[in-house]
Design a protein around this ligand. Sequence first.
Ligand SMILES: NC(=O)c1ccc[n+]([C@@H]2O[C@H](COP(=O)([O-])OP(=O)(O)OC[C@H]3O[C@@H](n4cnc5c(N)ncnc54)[C@H](O)[C@@H]3O)[C@@H](O)[C@H]2O)c1
Ligand SMILES: O=P(O)(O)OC[C@H](O)CO
Length: 329
Amino acid sequence: MSFTKLGVIGGGAWGTAMAQVIASDGSDVLLWAREAEVVDSVNASHANPLFLPVIPLSPKIRATAALADLADCDALVIVVPAQFLRSVLAELPAGDAPLILCAKGIEAGTQLLMSEVAAEVRPASPIAVLSGPTFAHEVAAGQPTAITLACADADLGRALAARLARPGFRPYSSDDVVGAEIGGAVKNVLAIACGVVEGAGLGQNARAALISRGFAEMVRFGLARGARVETLSGLAGLGDLVLTCSSTSSRNFSLGKGLGEGIPASELLADRRTVAEGASTAPVLAQAAKAVGVEMPIVGAVNALLAGEASVRAVVDQLLARPLRAEGA
Ligand SMILES: NC(=O)c1ccc[n+]([C@@H]2O[C@H](COP(=O)([O-])OP(=O)(O)OC[C@H]3O[C@@H](n4cnc5c(N)ncnc54)[C@H](O)[C@@H]3O)[C@@H](O)[C@H]2O)c1
Ligand SMILES: O=P(O)(O)OC[C@H](O)CO
């Protein structure tokens, strides 16, 4: 299996960083961006000031506004936000090139994981999921990063991992697609919760408790949906949870920090250009957890805060007042 010509779909921070990874060994890469200004600045100035400021980009990255230009790619890295995956895949030229899905979320309305959406829209394309602790600006600057590449077809997964691997970018193969997806989707909601703890000044003990109990929620939900514990405790789950629960570089953590400071969600989410996936994942995850009979009280609390249904004080009091229980239960 050889994947000579790679395309990246989505010219936000992560799509641009992935194009930079691919180009870093001298490979040509074609980047589809929705915004004409991104296409122009990548082609004219080798930069993406809109979504990935400061980082100089490789001249091997060429941008296009036409999805049809990606028709002859051997594999496509898909990096549009979760709620736009379906519409963008539907507009892709027909073909059966493997899709490497990067969005971390669950589709609102359908409760489908990204791989399930892609299977519906592009049934001929094999699917892989790329997920892990990867701030785009660090990856684009070539700083060392490890990530999970999950694919049900282990041979294809290893071939794609080999194609994307670079000295500073190390994909680990897995065949647990659902686990990789659930890790990435759930950690975004938990990062919002940790941001709330920071913004409300609740202390570092509370943050550690949230990471740990939030991880227990991720594992309960993941197991109910067929994920494996080793995937959830790997890069795509715990690894990414630790990263985004500790840094204002995370858009989800920053959103939660604003909520914790008492700013309404409506104000924090209005007119934003960048995506905080946890905000759209929280309500659908709460529904999906209910559907499989899994308790996710921290996810529920984030959901209530985002919906403006409860104050920070009220959700914290509610979480602390839950009946005492055994830790592993
Ligand atoms: N930024 C990171 O560090 C990072 C790392 C790993 C994974 N991710 C994931 O990658 C995905 C993309 O995030 P990002 O950081 O690149 O985005 P971003 O916040 O930098 O940019 C927003 C993106 O949304 C796109 N968009 C807006 N409206 C759209 C529409 N109607 N149709 C299609 N696309 C539309 C924009 O074109 C742009 O590409 C998310 O699921 C995110 O969780 C991000
Ligand atoms: O900025 P966030 O919160 O979307 O996090 C970015 C990546 O998912 C980190 O792995």
